[in-house]
Structure formats: C-alpha cells, structure tokens
Write a protein that binds this ligand. Sequence first.
Ligand SMILES: [Zn+2]
Length: 369
Amino acid sequence: MRFPGVPKVSIVLALGWLAVAGTLPANARPARNVIILLGDAGGLPTLSAAGILAHDRPQSLFIQSMPNIALSDTSSLNRWVTDSAAGMTAIVTGHKTNNGMVSVIPSADGSAVTRVKTLLEYAEERGLSTGVVTNMAIWDATPAACYAHVAARSSKDEIFRQLLAPRFGNGVDILIGKGLADANASFAKLGTTPAIAFAGAGYRFGGDPAAVTRDTRRAAVLRDEDFAAIPAVEGAIASLSRNGKGYFLMVEWDMHTDDPQKGLRHAVEMDDLVRRVSAIAGEDTLILFVADHSFGLKMRGGVRATPFASQFTGAAEDKESPIAVEDTHTGEEVVAAASGPGSEKVRGFLPNTRLFEIMMRALGWSATR
Ligand SMILES: [Zn+2]
C-alpha cells in the first residue's frame, strides 16, 4: 500500500502510537502515585461491625462509599487460609506463595525459593519515592513483603539487613512503624545500633512520626508505642509527594480482632485514614484499601435504637455479646475498595494477585525480573 506524500517513517510511528493507545481506554491517564491501605485481617465482618459500632448505622464507613469494589480471594499457594506473609506477597508481587514466605516463591520441588519483585521495588527502580507505614513492627510480614525477600517471616535479622541493602534504587525512603526493641536487638548482633545504621544509609532516625514533614527526604521512625495514623501518613505523603515522578506508599493498620475492642477501634482508625488520604492525595493517585485475609469475627445480635457500643462490652467471656470472635484467620473473600486512575478494574470476584496487575497497569508498567 502506498501513502503518497507521507514518509514511511511517519506511518510506522503512527501505527506504533496506535498500538500503545489501544492498550488504554481513550481518556485514561496513568496513575502517578499508588497508595495501598492494608487492613490486616480487615475482612467484611470486621468492617461491617466497626461501622455500626462507630456510627450506629449500617454501611457508614468511608470505605463502604468508595466507587469501585471487588471481592478478593486470599488463598495462598499451599493453604486455603493465608497468613499475612503470603497474603501480602500476592498483593505486592502478583505471585501466590506458601504461608510464611515473604516475597519469594518456592521451586517446584520445594527445595529452594526465588525472589519475586515487589511493587515498591518497581517504584524504586523507576526513581519514584517510596514509603512504608505500619502500626505493627516494621520487620513484620506485611511491611517486609514490600522490601525484603525471605523464606521464613521470622527471619528478623535478615529482614532488617535487607531493609538497609535494597536491590533497587535507594530502598524505602520513609519508614514509620513499631519494633524499636527488635531493631535494637538485631543491630546489636552486628555491633551497631539502629540510629547508627540508619544514619549511615542516609536516614534521619528517630521515634517521633511528627518529624516526617514536607522537608524530610529520608526518615526512619521506629518506636515501641502506638501512634496516630492520620498525622503520620499526612507527613509521609507530604514528604513523598515532592517527587515529580510519583510515589508508592503502603500503610498497614492491624485490625486483628482477637481483642475485638481493640481490633474494631483500629478498623475505625483505618477508615478515618482512608477518608483523609482520599481527601489529600490528589486525583492522579490510585488508592486501594484491601485486607490480606479475613478473621473469625461474627456479629450475631444487638438491638437498634440503643447505642451499639453500650451493648458490646468487648469482653471475650461475655456469652451475650452481640459480637463473637473465633481467634483465627478465615478463608472467605475480602473487600478491595479503590478510587483513582485504574481503579475501575477493581470489580467482581478476583484473585488477590490481580490487585498487583491492576496497580501495575494503572501506573503504565509491565512486569520484569
Ligand atoms: Zn494478616
């Protein structure tokens, strides 16, 4: 075929452009930033009970108003009921793995493991800024799955070592979490302290989340006490969003309801956080709330027109309590709720590994080794 007057090279470029354009809807813009808000053990029964406890109305959480939702399978490679290690590995690498494994997958005969690249590592490789915030220990399975690769989630010393020996970029830029005593013990084995080791890697080290601001380039905040989610995450976003290339942020808020009073309070804290993040993150940010697995909480009673909080004592031995808890992870699907560029793919029943693919696609990235 001849196109009179059109140089051949232009046709090739035009076809190339069409091929690229054909992979995205006509008006789609890639996401600049991705924020995962990970409710650890925050399954549907926990969300539903937390909303009623906080607001005395059904479906009153912000999460329950998000525009796109899916039901995510959480089974791991070797178990129907996952732990946090395999659950988070699936979400941030797109690979199902065995329970207890952190961003590695087993070989066919089970004799070895292979590292699988995480969304945080893809972001570091491309020059984005990255952050991890958690109300658990910073080396625990969920945060570790973002930046470390170990066959056993209990390998605390090795997880701390890898945190300061990143495979891509300069590693996590903003770290806020618990586990200071654990860090002290791990770095003591190397004859050093967390303060010295993190400072050596370019971090401002301390224990106060309020120290992370727009002026912060790299910071590690480690402590053993609880801290408030919203100011810590606002500080992290202020710091990370200085990078014009974008950022990846993972916030884990533990919602295990083995202590139902505490777990449900954490669920409400997370919901308030999702609302706040949605208000400040900007429309070029894909926001994904999801749980790594569900938990054995059951709402089995309660009358309306009386504050639910007055009916729920939170005492485990209370046989009349409207909320009963069996202290175990459970295997049913969890809610994934999302907004922002690419979030329209969060719909229907899907495997947890699909969430990784949705985030990569939203960023316009394809998987590599
Ligand atoms: Zn978990």
